[in-house]
Ligand binder design. Sequence first.
Ligand SMILES: Nc1ncnc2c1ncn2[C@@H]1O[C@H](COP(=O)(O)OP(=O)(O)O)[C@@H](O)[C@H]1O
Ligand SMILES: [Mg+2]
Length: 290
Amino acid sequence: MNLRSVAADPTAATTAPTAELVDATASLGGRTVWSGVNLTVEPGEFVAVIGPNGAGKSTLVKVLLGLLPLAGGEARVLGRPPGEASDRIGYLPQRRSFDPGLRVRGVDVVRLGLDGDRWGVPLPGLGRIRRRRGEDDRRVDEVLRLVGATGYAQRPVGRVSGGEQQRLLIAQALVRRPALMLLDEPLDSLDLPNQAAVAALISSICRDQGVTVMLVAHDVNPILSSLDRVVYVAGGGAVAGTPHDVIRSDILSRLYGTPIEVLTTSDGRLVIVGHPEAPARNCDRHRQQG
Ligand SMILES: Nc1ncnc2c1ncn2[C@@H]1O[C@H](COP(=O)(O)OP(=O)(O)O)[C@@H](O)[C@H]1O
Ligand SMILES: [Mg+2]
């Protein structure tokens, strides 16, 4: 029920997990979304958060951001209580798409990651940041190159494709050199080739930039091969482990309440067959969610 081992350890600054939940309970509108959740994410890991619609995946992200206090248990993020390390977190909220009429340019969307008030927490020292405009310009250019968005960054963001919009939002989340990126369904509403390309981009950011990534995914297949850990949120709880420990026919079938088969290919990859909420049904899912 507490984190005495983390709090009391003088070496915690170097050894602390990037995110940790201990016997955590989250409630919304007086209803428990999940409880008894234990989770440890180590620095540099690539973690997928999956589970059925409404299970509480976005709720988990909001807890880690400090936007939703736990109803029970303990949470630490980057060695501190949630919300206290927000300047070291890059966040991509769950969304549908930009309005096609939106005139804001892609490059402005990325710059918001440096200047903006991203989730209701005013940034201290904006004056200092403004004086570093040239440095900011270079950093924005750098992340635009990194995500491959330089070619369309000057266009209105409402007029670029869904995959291009996601790359710009990933650049926004990355621009302040976060230690942790929380990406809520960044592959949602993308076609399969774009899912694979954006997943590969996120995976390479995790490996090459040393950023810990927690990615909420609807379909785990596009990222399965690069994952270190999977968190399944379902049935009022969550199970965490390596993909091979957790992505098993018995666990997934129980989780989703329908037969699901997990196959291992000759090169050792896991393939999930019979996933009950295929990406093609995402539109319906979002309408229900409102
Ligand atoms: N502000 C709210 N008040 C009450 N219930 C909410 C609120 N936001 C979400 N919920 C409910 O909490 C549950 C978990 O939501 P969410 O974390 O968004 O699920 P997921 O991201 O896994 O689809 C859902 O049943 C949802 O309807
Ligand atoms: Mg969600």
